[in-house]
Design a protein around this ligand. Sequence first.
Ligand code: F6P
Length: 549
Amino acid sequence: MPTPTELPAWKKLKAHAAQVRNLDLRQAFASDPARVETFSLTFEDLFLDYSKNLVTEESMRLLFELAREAKVEEQRARMFAGEAVNFTEGRAVLHVALRNRKARAFKVDGQDVMPEVRDVLSRIETFTDEVRSGRWLGHTGKKITDVVNIGIGGSDLGPLMACHALAPYASKDLNAWFVSNVDPAHIADTLAKLDPERTLFIVASKTFTTQETMTNAGSARDWLLASLKDDAAVAKHFVAVSTNAKAVSAFGIDTKNMFGFWDWVGGRYSLWSAIGLVIALYVGFERFAELLAGAQAMDEHFETAPLETNLPVVLGLLGILYNDFMDAQSVALLPYDQHLDRFAAHFQQVDMESNGKRADRDGHLIKDYQTGPIVWGEAGTNGQHAFYQLLHQGTKLVPCDFLVAARSLTPLGDHHQKLLANCFAQTEALAFGKTESEARAELEQQGVEGETLAKLLPSKIFPGNRPSTTLLYKELTPHRLGSLIALYEHKVFVQGAIWNINSFDQWGVELGKALAGKILPELDPKAPLPTGHDASTNGLIARARHFMA
Ligand code: F6P
């Protein structure tokens, strides 16, 4: 594969981007009444408006040319065909199979994985019904009222985000809790609110070796047994979600209470697997199935729609334009939807763990282009009162995605209209700003003049031409949530395909884990003070031990 910078479209985009970087959106809208029609797409009741981006028809033509030259379609086909696209780990990448609700086969090494996928789903359905109906009881015969998902990274963020998003669909009799951090405060604060007789723990870990999860699971088991005083209680209060049956069994969980998944499911793409058990328990299996169906609808769209009308492709290409041709360092995900308050956190992992890479697929270090952006964000309107100042008047280019539902699932007075008004207003302000003459006229109207006016004026100007994309949907149903998550997952795929990187490994998390393993015994007060690290690390360990004594 040629590197992206060698592709003809990349070279053309370099020259082209220098011009559109200065595109005047006021003028672009004034001179083209059809701009929104040209730069928008519809998928079911989801409307994607990308007209407020720094693009012309020529920009999009070049970007689609780039996608074709980078063989995005071929790479997409290889993923759907179950080829080992995660080549550093020799694994297929088939989260799309997990949400395949149709008769289609998905093969890994010539073997259809769907029978196993359906089998686990049906076990999830049975278990979910048992717990929710009260047929599954705790060790002392009491109904389960609280489920605690113990996991981290992909075994936490996706289910956590989805449970927040689907809270309006949740049963009032079952609470979902999430414990991820190894900081004792996380599990201690959570357990303090719970009744051991009514609590079910899901130990969610693909590998079942992750330090944080195994430590939290051990402490949860101790807490349970300290109260119920019978080892047999574990069977009624602990289930596991993992690919590692041996480790599950060694922990003391009967493998009949284990829900499996497979190495072709990446952690950050695993909420669709048994890792989503907590979601199914929280909102019911039917809603979980709707979530899967929403994702599948987006998968079909991604797999079959022409690049020009393909939502994940368009989002991915816009990101490439800013990241690689306009020096943008980050992307803001701004859901005007309180239920999506963890959306940015989840996609921080999906995007940054997938595309935060510096080695390409041919084993070369990347030297002359940028890969994954920094992903961040916060639910609106809160963000407006925190960091939007920088978005509007700072010196950095931050492309923003606004996500908003036309209808609230929890309507109350005119709250939702106010939310929508704020969302749309922000996209308008970012794009069109306030010109110098408008700012001057306003100040003059307030009686400000002369030197005072001259001094104030620069602070009152909004430069505008700050790009944003708006995703407007009818309401945040499980189906819509599924399609939104799949949309962003595939966007990340498109970008990784163009950057010629493996989006499905995460070797960058290993070094810190290994060093933590080395430092842990050195924190023991009885161990000799370490000398084997650098002076800073040795000193930090010594000082911490001094404070701990
Ligand atoms: O942070 C690294 C990572 O491997 C993630 O990719 C993964 O989601 C997380 O740790 C948790 O892993 P596991 O599910 O195996 O406990």
